[in-house]
Design a protein around this ligand. Structure first.
Ligand SMILES: NC(=O)c1ccc[n+]([C@@H]2O[C@H](COP(=O)([O-])OP(=O)(O)OC[C@H]3O[C@@H](n4cnc5c(N)ncnc54)[C@H](OP(=O)(O)O)[C@@H]3O)[C@@H](O)[C@H]2O)c1
Length: 329
């Protein structure tokens, strides 16, 4: 991406979640796309991607609609009659979920269920975002969509329940499972590693947990492409798909990649075991996602996870660190 492109996206991301979250409900004809969770990491990136594509989307903030109020949600969907609804709202605190079980379930399963029913009622299409945490992490190859789910923590269990509710509703749907999101709108493992490595400080990074790190901007671009495809009336087969950075990586791999990009000494990266971490929620050990089905059926092809990390580092550094291959000689 050019520096100009980066600036445009950053401006759009700043605007997303502010200007785009209008406080009054638009009329039905304006509201082709409804986004829940517009203020979140993905919601902001999606607002920016829709802006760049010239797609107008309505993203009501929580004071306008608390989506756990099923009746209010149904009334809003019925009034707007959006052709496409994106559910990016979620309770994403994996450790907090263990303690706040009902609150987490109300968002991750409850909103998914009531939204899917409402979308079925207006014959729209629901793009619902889910997670690799529906798997137990005991595999030794990337997970396919048809692999058995067996969440090992409450967050994953509620997200899996949400998936089932979407399928059971009978609405047209695309469930996109993703993983380890990083972007410039919120602190993440990428920004944390970048800050420390660029300052010449040591980082402890887990070396025995694998997933598919995903640029939230790349995911937003994929949802935008899907939205455009649906609006053009091109076929989009309902189903569950994986969209995540291609390949698998440990946090240590990610830190080493960032060290290479910012020309930091790789010896600053200290691999540690996840076993020593004080975490209320269990995590899958290995949760890389196979993304072949999204490519074959939806024409969505994620880039390697390293490219996504480079993209986020580029956004975080205003483009200063994203040029060239950034590798040490
Ligand atoms: N982050 C990851 O690493 C990751 C990994 C795999 C999958 N995912 C999935 O990706 C999706 C997006 O995640 P994210 O990281 O963008 O999440 P996020 O930054 O935590 O944002 C969550 C969004 O949900 C909204 N929300 C929560 N409760 C709500 C309610 N009762 N009514 C209306 N809105 C509510 C939040 O609104 P407020 O701003 O008002 O709180 C916020 O906009 C989720 O489905 C998540 O499960 C994320």
């Amino acid at each position: 991406m050019t520096v100009h492109g980066i600036e445009a996206r950053q401006r759009a991301q700043t605007a997303a979640g502010k200007d785009r979250c209008r406080t009054g409900l638009p009329t039905g004809s304006e509201a082709g796309v409804l986004v829940l969770g517009g203020s979140g990491l993905l919601g902001r990136a999606l607002g920016a991607a829709y802006d760049m594509a010239g797609i107008w989307a309505f993203a009501p903030p929580r004071p306008v609609v608390d989506a756990t109020d099923a009746a209010a949600l149904a009334t809003m969907v019925e009034a707007l009659r959006p052709a496409i609804v994106v559910n990016a709202a979620a309770f994403t605190g994996v450790d907090a979920a263990e303690e706040h079980r009902e609150a987490c379930r109300a968002v991750n399963a409850g909103i998914a269920a009531s939204l899917a029913d409402a979308v079925a009622g207006i014959e729209g299409t629901l793009i619902h975002i889910s997670t690799d945490f529906v798997f137990d992490g005991e595999a030794n190859r990337p997970y396919h969509e048809y692999d058995a789910v067996a969440p090992v923590n409450w967050y994953g269990a509620t997200k899996e329940e949400g998936e089932r509710a979407v399928r059971a509703s009978g609405c047209r749907h695309v469930i996109l499972r993703t993983a380890w999101l990083h972007g410039s709108a919120r602190r993440s493992f990428v920004s944390a590693f970048l800050d420390r490595l660029a300052a010449g400080e040591r980082v402890d990074a887990v070396s025995d947990r694998v997933a598919s790190p995903t640029s939230v901007d790349e995911l937003a671009d994929a949802i935008t492409a899907l939205t455009a495809r649906l609006r053009a009336g091109r076929p989009v087969p309902s189903g569950t798909y994986h969209f995540a950075g291609k390949g698998g990586a440990t946090p240590r791999d990610i830190a080493l990649e960032i060290a290479a990009i910012c020309r930091a000494d790789p010896r600053l990266v200290n691999g540690v075991s996840a076993a020593g971490r004080d975490e209320p929620a269990r995590r899958p050990r290995y949760a890389a996602l196979d993304t072949g089905l999204a490519r074959a059926r939806l024409g969505l092809e994620p880039r390697p996870w390293q490219d996504g990390v480079r993209r986020t580092v580029g956004l975080l550094s205003g483009g200063l660190l994203s040029g060239g291959n950034g590798r040490r000689a």
